[in-house]
Design a protein around this ligand. Structure first.
Ligand code: FES
Ligand code: FES
Length: 171
């Protein structure tokens, strides 16, 4: 039987420096989930649905397409960094208020793409918002309520934001 090689990868995860054992063929999504970061969902596994979206160095990426080792030295954020059930983030509150959460499977990825959008862009037009969000599919809501929730947050977001440098960057 062939020997499977194991390596380590180190990156900052939700603000904390971490080192994980991994293998050259392990995807970032698998590493996250087997280490307890299960808010990041497995949907298609093929870079289509966006359920696995995390933020890496300011860009929304599909964790199902990236090898874990590609995260070396980077800053990764998962949905676990975006609020809790008891203390949800602003967009999460609006999603609930708008009735935009049905099965909820898509929501972690949608929140992460919206977070990348809100952190990177100011004066967000509908076109810019769609550019960031079009990689996240939802099979339940028809998108309208998600859109209403996002627009509510964007429309009241104040003042200074970072320059437009970080559109979606799936790897
Ligand atoms: S699981 Fe569907 S894009 Fe990653
Ligand atoms: S709420 Fe079910 S997939 Fe979006």
């Amino acid at each position: 039987m062939s020997k499977v090689s194991t390596n380590t990868v180190s990156f900052t995860l939700n603000g904390v420096k971490k080192t994980f054992e991994t293998r050259p063929d392990e995807k970032l999504l698998a590493l996250l989930r087997r280490n307890g970061y299960r808010g990041t969902k497995y949907g298609c596994g093929q870079g289509t649905c966006g359920a696995c979206t995390v933020i890496m160095d300011g860009r929304a990426v599909y964790a199902c397409l990236m090898y874990a080792m590609q995260a070396e030295g980077s800053k990764v954020r998962t949905i676990e960094s975006s609020g809790t059930f008891e203390n949800p983030g602003e967009f999460q509150k609006e999603l609930v208020a708008a009735g935009a959460v049905q099965c909820g499977y898509c929501i972690p990825g949608i929140v992460m793409s919206a977070t990348a959008l809100m952190e990177a862009e100011k004066d967000v037009t509908d076109e810019i918002a769609r550019e960031y969000m079009d990689g996240n599919l939802c099979r339940c809501t028809g998108y309208e309520k998600i859109w209403i929730a996002l627009r509510r947050v964007l429309d009241r977001k104040p003042g200074e934001k970072k320059p437009a440098a970080a559109k979606r960057g799936k790897k």
